[in-house]
Design a protein around this ligand. Structure first.
Ligand SMILES: Nc1ncnc2c1ncn2[C@@H]1O[C@H](COP(=O)(O)OP(=O)(O)OP(=O)(O)O)[C@@H](O)[C@H]1O
Ligand SMILES: [Mg+2]
Length: 213
C-alpha cells in the first residue's frame, strides 16, 4: 500500500502550476522534485503536506483523504504522521534548542535522541536560545525536532540550503537512513541535482506535469 498518494492534482495562482498530476510514494522510498524557480515545487509540497488545499484532485495518506469532505483528518495526520522541514523553520523563538526538540519528542512520547543531536552537530548548542543560533544550526534543530516525532512521511524543501557541503551530506545521510529504518517516505524539493539523484526517483516539474527523469 502506498504511504502517500497524489491523484489528479491541479493548482494555479496567477498562472497554472500543474494539471492532473499524480504519483505514489511507498514506505522506505524517497522522491526528489526539481524544476525552475517559480514552477510550483513548494506549492506542491504544501499541498501534499496538508498545508494548502489543491484547486483540483486529492492527496491520500494511507488511503485517508487529506482534503475534501473528510478534511478534519488533515490536522491529525499532519501532527501525528508528517514531518515538515521547510526553510522557515517553525521553531519556537523564546525557547532553547533542546526545549524545541523535546516539545516534539513529547508529542511523540519518545525521549530526546541525544545520538541524533550529536550526529547533526547540534549537541553543544542545545542549551542556547533559538535566536542565538546560526541559520544552519536552526535548520538542524528543526530537522532533529521533526525526526524526534518519528513521522511516516518527511516533506523537505531545500533542507540543506543553509549548510556547507560536509554538514549537508551528514544531514541527508540522517534523513535517508531514517526513512530506511522507519519504513518512512521522503518527498524532497531541491535545486541541487546531485542531491536529487540520491533519491530513489527524480521528477522534474515541467509543462504542468511531473516528468520522471
Ligand atoms: N500564496 C500564494 N499566493 C499567490 N501566489 C503564490 C502563492 N504561493 C506561491 N505563489 C506563486 O506560485 C508560483 C510558484 O511558487 P512556488 O513557491 O511553488 O515555486 P517554487 O518552484 O518552489 O520556486 P523556488 O524554486 O523559487 O522556491 C510563484 O509564481 C509564486 O509567486
Ligand atoms: Mg520553493
Amino acid at each position: 500500500m502506498a504511504l502517500l498518494e497524489a491523484k489528479h492534482l491541479s493548482h494555479a495562482f496567477d498562472y497554472p502550476l500543474f494539471n492532473d498530476l499524480s504519483f505514489t510514494l511507498d514506505g522506505g522510498q524517497s522522491m526528489a522534485i526539481v524544476g525552475v524557480s517559480g514552477c510550483g515545487k513548494s506549492t506542491l509540497l504544501h499541498i501534499c503536506s496538508t498545508l494548502l488545499a489543491p484547486k483540483g484532485g486529492e492527496v491520500y495518506f494511507e488511503q485517508i483523504p487529506l482534503y475534501g469532505a473528510k478534511s478534519r483528518n488533515a490536522l491529525h495526520v499532519r501532527r501525528e504522521q508528517f514531518g515538515i522541514i521547510f526553510q522557515s523553520h517553525y521553531l519556537f523563538k523564546g525557547f532553547t534548542a533542546k526545549e524545541n526538540i523535546q516539545l516534539s519528542a513529547l508529542l511523540a512520547q519518545t525521549p530526546l535522541d541525544e545520538a541524533l543531536c550529536e550526529r547533526l552537530g547540534i549537541a553543544r548548542v542545545l542549551h542556547q536560545k533559538i535566536g542565538e543560533l546560526s541559520g544552519g544550526q536552526q535548520q538542524r534543530v528543526s530537522i532533529a525536532r521533526v525526526l524526534s516525532k518519528k513521522p511516516r512521511v518527511i516533506f523537505a524543501d531545500e533542507p540543506t540550503g543553509n549548510l556547507d557541503q560536509g554538514t549537508a551530506k551528514e544531514v541527508m545521510d540522517v534523513l535517508f537512513e531514517y526513512i530506511k529504518t522507519h519504513d518512512a517516505a521522503l518527498m524532497l524539493v531541491t535545486h541541487d541535482l546531485a542531491l536529487a539523484k540520491q533519491c530513489d526517483r527524480v521528477f522534474g516539474l515541467e509543462d504542468l506535469m511531473l516528468v520522471e527523469r
